[in-house]
Design a protein around this ligand. Sequence first.
Ligand SMILES: *[C@@H]1O[C@H](CO)[C@@H](O)[C@H](O)[C@H]1NC(C)=O
Ligand SMILES: *[C@@H]1O[C@H](CO)[C@@H](O)[C@H](O)[C@H]1NC(C)=O
Ligand SMILES: *[C@@H]1O[C@H](CO)[C@@H](O)[C@H](O)[C@H]1NC(C)=O
Ligand SMILES: *[C@@H]1O[C@H](CO)[C@@H](O)[C@H](O)[C@H]1NC(C)=O
Ligand SMILES: *[C@@H]1O[C@H](CO)[C@@H](O)[C@H](O)[C@H]1NC(C)=O
Ligand SMILES: *[C@@H]1O[C@H](CO)[C@@H](O)[C@H](O)[C@H]1NC(C)=O
Length: 389
Amino acid sequence: MHSLPHLPSPHYFILSLFLIPTLRCLTVAATTCHVDNESGLLAFKSGITSDSFGKLNSWSPGTDCCKCVAGNRLSGQIPSSFSKLTKLIHLNLGGNLLTGTIPIGIQQLKNLTFLQLGPNRLTGSIPDFFSSLTELRILTLSHNKFSGKIPPSISLLSSNLICLELGHNALTGQIPDFLGKFHGLDTLDLSWNRLTGTVPKSFGNLTKIFNLDLSHNFLVDPFPEMKVKGIESLDLSYNGFHLGEIPKWVTSSPIIYSLKLAKCGIKINLSEWKPVETYFYDYIDLSENEISGSPVELLNRTNYLVGFWVEGNQVRFNMESLKFSKTLKYLDLSRNLVFGKLPAAIAGLEKVNVSHNHLCGPIPATKFPASAFVGNDCLCGPPLQRCKV
Ligand SMILES: *[C@@H]1O[C@H](CO)[C@@H](O)[C@H](O)[C@H]1NC(C)=O
Ligand SMILES: *[C@@H]1O[C@H](CO)[C@@H](O)[C@H](O)[C@H]1NC(C)=O
Ligand SMILES: *[C@@H]1O[C@H](CO)[C@@H](O)[C@H](O)[C@H]1NC(C)=O
Ligand SMILES: *[C@@H]1O[C@H](CO)[C@@H](O)[C@H](O)[C@H]1NC(C)=O
Ligand SMILES: *[C@@H]1O[C@H](CO)[C@@H](O)[C@H](O)[C@H]1NC(C)=O
Ligand SMILES: *[C@@H]1O[C@H](CO)[C@@H](O)[C@H](O)[C@H]1NC(C)=O
């Protein structure tokens, strides 16, 4: 579903020192590449204060730089001498322990198409220096400690950018209107920040967006009508939204695999929600809404479901009629109106919570604690009290 970044021409230099590859944006690994400017590279090595795995020691001028990936613990600051590596097209310093701010000199790397600086422990604001980085196709600054606003010069990346990940930082202010002009954007992650205000109407124009994560911010209604044909993964959880219904562009997606709309003010009867395609679903999180009805038919139409969370609603169904897909690991039905007996299949899951419902009968032998079962009408046996004979 994703478009791939261009493969680099061989004499451009790719620097990848990553521990955790980016999860959502596909990266292209080149098989060969040459270090064009060894003095710049050596200057970079001399700026890193701690390299506990000795990755950089074994990395000398003339070596194939693509061999320096799979487990680094680089700490210290990103040296400003980085700006000398002007032929760099792909820079990945994610998965380290780097601190300090982004050196402004990175703007000298005018041919960068891929820039990943997270996860790290970088601070300060995101520099407003993107007017010289207009070749960027993938920008991943997630999982750092950046504060301040999304800088205005990001708007100049609109024609090339396919992936923008700024999640898990401390960014403030509103989501800029200009993001709606990023017609090729397929992934946008702004989750776990402190963004306020509404989602711009211009988002309706993000027709190619596959992965949209705006969860854990302070965003409010109204949510724009999206024109996307096939959303793959959507997370709007834990904002100030009152969506009322599951949006039509979600229900009609033929390729959706992850839907997370926890605490989104959804008031539907789940028995009456008929998504066009359910086959690909891995994750469904509809927790903390006002959902009634039953998930039995929905789950009966999934084959690869891994997690289903619907805690804190009013769903009512007989537990024995629930289909457990072979892939299911996480199930949270707590604080609902579920009745019947617990099927033995729950023992095979990794995490279960059926507390505060109307279940009855013996608990199958499982590893789960009492808090996963308490508050039901008459569940009994370990870890709760013994069943009366
Ligand atoms: C390589 O880096 C050195 C030192 O920063 C600089 O003087 C030189 O112009 C660079 N050469 C190329 C080909 O970029
Ligand atoms: C950047 O790419 C362009 C076009 O491929 C090339 O002409 C230019 O020399 C590159 N700049 C650097 C600093 O490598
Ligand atoms: C969507 O794009 C069209 C064409 O570029 C433009 O006219 C329209 O104003 C945009 N809609 C919004 C809500 O920004
Ligand atoms: C939900 O919808 C089903 C099917 O239409 C219906 O049988 C059930 O009574 C509804 N439940 C509630 C709480 O409205
Ligand atoms: C589950 O799906 C099967 C067909 O795939 C159907 O025969 C069965 O009635 C369904 N059960 C429920 C509870 O919807
Ligand atoms: C189950 O859910 C209840 C209420 O939501 C919570 O208090 C409890 O800690 C949870 N237990 C487990 C094992 O997840």
